[in-house]
Design a protein around this ligand. Sequence first.
Ligand code: ADP
Length: 260
Amino acid sequence: MRLTEELRKRAAELKELDRLKSAFLANMSHELRTPLNSILGFTDVMLEGLDGKLTEYMDTDLRLIQKNGQHLLHLINDVLDMAKIESGRMNLHAEMFKVHTVLDEVVGITSALASEKNLALFIEEDSDRNVEIYADSTRIRQVLINLVNNAIKFTEKGRISVCVKPMEGARVLVTVKDTGLGIPADHLEAIFQEFTQVDSSTTRKAGGTGLGLPISRRLVEMHGGRLWAESSGVDGEGSAFHVELPVEARITDVVERQEK
Ligand code: ADP
């Protein structure tokens, strides 16, 4: 009995340590962002020529500072999100909204990136225009932006389409499909683990943190939903990412219902 009691105590201690680690990370990430924003801000000022004319070398170097600074900011934001989720400090704010409106916004935000690569990006014809859900629209938008950005990143030719459909049992299914390089069967689950990438060389080329999908899955699960990937693994046949959400989210962490 003494041993059981000791084990129980030890487990509680470990859990508390884990929570403290996540809380520490959340605080650190916040502290890291402040000076970085200043670095990025002044880089912009110089690039706009507000501090005087730049030589070609200065311009090239500042653009490198800008690009790497933005990458670092992205990393910090992802680490912050993950730490918030793990320490139970990611508060979701649910409201009623039309999924279609969010799809429109997501396409609007990501379309520049798609046209840079000459990819068609669109909402499918038979996507439901009226279906409404009760969820955190900002976080659902974040998940979908991440999925569409990935689709663009891992597709060289063809198209990316998004679609929402009502399902049985008061649920909706949002799908993001691409015609990219696909995902081998043995990676379809692994990519949802932190810092896991199918091929680090392509990803290094494409940029990324390896945290986007794990964060997205956690956010969807906090709504009582599921996120998974399907792919034949054949280059050109692409992948499909499915987000299934309850029409009325049962949010599993601290939730604030917004008064209308
Ligand atoms: P990141 O994209 O920042 O590396 P993610 O967690 O978003 O991190 O994705 C993890 C990995 O999953 C990617 O590195 C890539 O190997 C794979 N992946 C994600 N989306 C796609 C996609 N649409 N097509 C092919 N591979 C993908």
